[in-house]
Design a protein around this ligand. Structure first.
Ligand code: AKB
Length: 311
């Protein structure tokens, strides 16, 4: 059987860096091509410069490397998208169309595209938010993700495109920095705890959000992509979650290791975004359809984050 040849678009972002390392370990160095708008100074392995809006260049790379699977991670996240709504819409939607169209034409075989808890809005039930519920997002990022979900399902139903997706909660890892999200405080807080023993949160004390440790997110992503097609019953995007906490609770978890850690608050425009999102997620369908189960809770994640950042 011919091995899959994988292209990661947006490989130098928070998820991309970790996904690339895991996929290369799993499938082999030469099976994974990374791409991003800019190369890193110390870019490793097969790499192609790619702006996902440049369809010709995308097709050129797919042809050159005989790509069969694409992970499309290039996007503007919630906070950055609010500052540049037109560009966010253009990047988040037209980037997706370029990849879905290639799958529709049979040029590639399988697509992974991340959605987000941002697809939910203020009218959604906020506790244990189910897979199917009211969805009226009020951020440009959430609107683009909800539209993207509808197009993924449409391309699957109309054209048989094998597209798979997860609604990521806030993702927390120590190997890479997040950029432009509302949940980013939950990464910064660990770095500041180690460096300065204090942090000023841009979300208020009681702002509870769904979150996930990066290792769980990478495992969920690869499990979904490797699952048998007949087990994938949702082609818009799957709810998944790892844990839920607010800034007070993550601070309490950090104080188990750094007792004199202090937390201050300076909420900004991201507070309104967080207030429109769920506090916790019901991921029953992901568990039942393809066996999803998180491994990390808050204290387990805190221990790994602090140990690795310190090292
Ligand atoms: C963000 O905060 O924008 C992202 C997300 C929840 O999709 N981390």
């Amino acid at each position: 059987m011919k091995k899959e040849k994988i292209l990661i678009i947006g490989s130098n972002g928070q998820i991309g860096l970790e996904l690339a390392a895991t996929l290369r370990q799993r499938y082999g160095q030469d099976q994974v091509v990374c791409s991003d708008i800019r190369a890193l100074e110390n870019q490793e392995g097969l790499f192609e410069q790619l702006d996902v809006l440049d369809k010709d260049r995308f097709y050129e790379i797919v042809k050159k490397h005989e790509i069969s699977q694409v992970y499309l991670l290039a996007a503007l996240l919630s906070a950055t998208a609010e500052k540049n709504p037109k560009f966010a819409w253009d990047l988040n939607m037209n980037g997706l169309f370029n990849i879905l169209d290639a799958a529709k034409e049979g040029i590639i075989k399988q697509v992974y595209w991340p959605s987000s808890i941002a697809v939910f809005g203020p009218s959604t039930p906020r506790v244990s938010t189910p897979q199917y519920t009211v969805m009226e997002p009020n951020t440009i990022y959430g609107i683009s993700k909800l539209a993207g979900e509808r197009f993924c399902e449409y391309y699957h139903q109309k054209y048989g495109v094998d597209v798979r997706s997860i609604r990521y909660p806030g993702l927390i890892g120590w190997k890479s920095a997040p950029g432009g999200g509302t949940t980013d405080y939950a990464v910064h807080i660990y770095h500041e705890a180690i460096k300065n023993k204090t942090y000023n949160s841009f979300l208020s004390a009681g702002t509870t959000l769904p979150m996930m440790y990066m290792d769980d997110a990478i495992r969920a992503t690869i499990s979904l992509m490797e699952a048998a097609p007949e087990s994938i019953k949702i082609r818009s995007s799957y709810n998944v979650t790892g844990m839920s906490f607010n800034p007070e609770e993550i601070a309490a978890s950090i104080r188990k290791h750094i007792p004199d850690f202090t937390l201050g608050y300076a909420p900004d425009f991201r507070q309104a975004i967080a207030d429109s999102w769920p506090q916790s997620i019901d991921d029953t369908e992901a568990r039942e359809h393809w066996g999803w189960k998180p491994a990390f809770d808050l204290d387990a994640m805190t221990a790994v984050m602090l140990n690795n950042i310190k090292a």
